[in-house]
Design a protein around this ligand. Structure first.
Ligand code: AQP
Length: 329
């Protein structure tokens, strides 16, 4: 099991948590799990160096705060394991230009940034992601729906490499939950909640003050109806709120619909704000405690990098050998 998250902002948002991190926490119990903060991916768009360093620490602290246990999983920072960049080059060389050009995330992001601000790194980042996954022979990749196409690319490239050079890589499957694979912007329930694309009012940041998030839930865009029911097509805003409520509380959506029978949308929003606040406050406290102990954070990451490198180096050596690189003596 392998997954990663970018340190591109000081706080994860609710989409990152429900779409990915929450699954990471439960899957660490049953799988040999590798989780990383992907700083190499973050620099595909310009980052302030001091902010990137700080955001990387804050990201690690949030992952621990969310419940990752370094005794149960391998938690590390991507740039601490140089094999990622090394295998990415190999995978670049077996990827077609047209194939890479079809990645919708690149199309969306490059359209947003404009051609003058679009780096070659942004274009090839899905291939770095391929290397991330294949290095650990992962067979499951817990991600949000927006990453499905990249996991498909990983499957194609793993199969291509195996066919050309002999069995080397495990072909992975995406692990995407239907209900929370895509959490929507609170102000625009047709768009995914996103660090870079959502308006501040549509984005719930986990480290925001609880009263700030509560206000965002209370002013979430719904529709002109009045009955709280689940209908993704006709009631995307209400359905999004129900999915979020259900994921956080563990109560199934039909039970919530029954609970809100005869009540207006306002009741759903207010209650969700409360439920979220009760969940997020202890998360913030745990995250702050990890941030207050930088030596422990560094120790966790050093152990994680060592464990990750042991696996990554073995896979890279096998790939280099199959390709025909002369071994260094
Ligand atoms: N809205 C979302 N719903 C469900 N899952 C989501 N993820 C992101 N947004 C949603 C999942 O979170 C994990 C980590 O994402 P990331 O930080 O690596 O980058 P991202 O997907 O690019 O996140 P953003 O917020 O959308 O960033 P920008 O705005 O920079 O593009 C991934 O598993 C992702 O699927």
């Amino acid at each position: 099991m392998l997954s990663g998250i970018q340190p591109t902002s000081g706080s994860f948002h609710l989409g990152n948590y429900l779409g990915a991190v929450r699954q990471w926490v439960s899957l660490q119990e049953s799988h040999d799990a590798f989780y990383m903060v992907v700083d190499l991916h973050a620099i595909t768009v310009e980052q302030d160096p001091a902010e990137l360093r700080e955001n990387t620490r804050v990201s690690v602290a949030q992952l621990l705060g969310a419940g990752l246990d370094p005794e149960r999983c391998t938690l590390f920072v991507q740039s601490h394991v140089p094999e990622h960049a090394q295998l990415a080059w190999v995978m670049n060389c077996i990827t077609g230009f047209g194939e890479a050009s079809r990645m919708t995330q690149f199309k969306d992001k490059s359209a947003r940034y404009g051609s003058g601000n679009t780096s070659v790194g942004l274009f090839t980042y899905p291939i770095l992601q391929v290397a991330d996954i294949l290095l650990y022979q992962a067979n499951q990749v817990p991600v949000g729906e927006d990453q499905r196409q990249h996991v498909e690319l990983t499957r194609d490239l793993a199969e291509r490499f195996n066919h050309r050079y002999g069995q080397t890589f495990t072909v992975p499957n995406p692990y995407i939950l239907k209900e929370t694979g895509k959490v929507y912007d609170l102000q625009d329930p047709s768009a995914k909640m996103s660090k870079s694309a959502s308006s501040p009012k549509g984005l719930v940041s986990l480290l925001d003050e609880v009263k700030v998030s509560a206000k965002k839930f209370r002013s979430a865009v719904t529709d002109t109806g009045t009955v709280v029911s689940y209908d993704e097509k006709e009631k995307p805003g209400v359905s999004n709120l129900l999915n979020i409520y259900s994921a956080i509380s563990g109560r199934p959506v039909p039970e919530l619909v029954q609970h809100f029978e005869g009540k207006m949308y306002g009741a759903l929003k207010t209650e969700l704000a409360e439920v979220f606040g009760e969940w997020v406050a202890p998360f913030q406290e745990r995250t702050r405690a990890y941030l207050d102990d930088p030596a422990e954070l560094d120790a966790v990451l050093a152990r994680g990098a060592e464990k990750a490198r042991a696996v990554a180096a073995e896979t890279l050596a096998a790939a280099y050998d199959r390709i025909g690189f002369l071994p260094a003596k």
